[in-house]
Design a protein around this ligand. Structure first.
Ligand SMILES: Cc1ncc(COP(=O)(O)O)c(C=O)c1O
Length: 371
């Protein structure tokens, strides 16, 4: 038993995305590929800074402050505060899940390619990731591949909808089928829904899996739809008590508890999150229209389709290799642009982020590189 719990940790492999950013050097002031919604300041949000100034800077409860957990729970249907665990960003929640659930010899079935830390782990070389491939034209998931990927060793399923980078969304019936499969196997389904509040104003919200199954753990964060990456608050809705206990044990090896300051700001924010999300979705909608119009103007250079939801999508480069293009964009316009292959997407795709309030300037700079 003791042997089974031992983790065969190996060296941290650098993430290609981070290596690429480092290779471009400093001084890039613009970002064509940003995955966050429009940024806000404390003043924009109307946060009472005096209240922050008077707050004792002590440790916080491990699972997060009660008020914040209640505020997060109220964003979901039939979820209680005790089913919410607050983390330092979504990234900590992803790693805590892997640490809490996986052991050497286990297999993970993941919708991919996609966000790098969802599709791999540093825990053990003996954990195998099997990929349910995202399909193109239009970008979508085909869960008919799922049975062939499952085995008696499957311990975790991972989905990401809205999908980073393509903006694809799981169809409701497919999402329900994944929940049923997780229930049948008695394993958790980690559902990365960090972009779930970013969608076209008239479109239905992408599904929040925890509302449909006890097995699904919905992952949320302030850094994407809310546009607040400087506040490191993420959360997992976990309805299974045993998994909550395991996650709390993992958290003891990580941040222990979320920052009191961040939680105070987040709690304030949730009391007025409706108008913030409405503003961010309006900006996103207008930015997508502007990007589609620009791509239409350069049909020999780029091909672009509307992402179903989330803050990113991919644009096909017809004339230039994505890495060459990204280097040109960096050198000529001091702007970051990510080849989608950094997220494992094969082919000449570039990730474009649609959340920024400076998108007009961003598109102007990009257009100069397309001419
Ligand atoms: C799909 C997805 N999941 C998780 C994360 C991690 O979020 P955070 O950096 O706020 O921890 C990201 C960040 O880009 C993401 O795109």
């Amino acid at each position: 038993m003791a042997q089974k719990q031992k983790l065969d940790c190996h060296q941290l492999e650098p993430l290609p995305l981070h290596l690429f950013i480092q290779s471009l050097g400093n001084g890039l002031s613009w970002n064509l590929s940003d995955s966050s919604a429009a940024l806000s300041t404390l003043a924009d949000l109307g946060v009472d800074c005096q209240m922050l100034a008077n707050m004792p800077l002590s440790y916080a409860p491990m699972a997060g402050d009660e008020r914040l957990r209640s505020a997060i729970a109220s964003m979901y249907r039939d979820i209680s505060a005790e089913e919410v665990i607050v983390f330092c960003g979504a990234q900590e929640a992803i790693f805590a899940t892997q640490l809490a659930i996986l052991q050497s010899g286990d297999e993970v079935v993941v919708i991919g390619p996609g966000y790098p830390t969802l599709t791999r782990t540093v825990l053990s070389m003996k954990i195998q990731f099997k990929t349910l491939e995202v399909q193109s034209d239009p970008w979508r998931f085909d869960i008919r591949q799922l049975p062939a990927l499952l085995s008696p060793r499957t311990r975790l399923m991972v989905v990401n909808s809205p999908h980073n980078p393509t903006g694809a969304v799981l169809a409701k019936d497919d999402a329900k089928a994944l929940c049923s499969q997780a229930e049948f196997l008695g394993i958790p389904l980690l559902s990365d829904e960090v972009g779930t509040f970013s969608h076209d104003p008239a479109a239905p919200e992408p599904m929040r899996m925890c509302e449909h199954s006890q097995q699904a753990m919905s992952l949320g964060v302030l850094s994407k739809s809310f546009g607040l990456p400087g506040i490191r608050i993420g959360w997992l809705v976990v309805r299974n008590q045993q998994w909550r206990e395991k996650l709390m044990q993992a958290k003891g090896y990580l941040s222990i508890c979320p920052s009191r300051l961040d939680q105070m700001v987040a709690t304030e924010l949730f009391s007025r999150s409706g108008p913030l999300l409405e503003r961010n979705n309006k900006i996103r909608f207008e930015n997508i229209a502007s990007a589609l119009a620009l791509c239409k103007k350069y049909p020999l250079q780029v091909e672009c389709s509307r992402p179903a939801a989330g803050l990113t999508g991919v644009v096909k480069l017809l004339m230039e290799d994505p890495f060459e293009h990204a280097r040109k964009v960096a050198q000529q316009e001091q702007m970051l642009a990510f080849p989608a292959s950094l997220f494992g997407v094969k082919g000449p795709w570039l990730r474009v982020g649609f959340g920024s309030s400076q998108f007009t300037e961003i598109l102007k700079r990009w257009e100069r590189c397309l001419q």
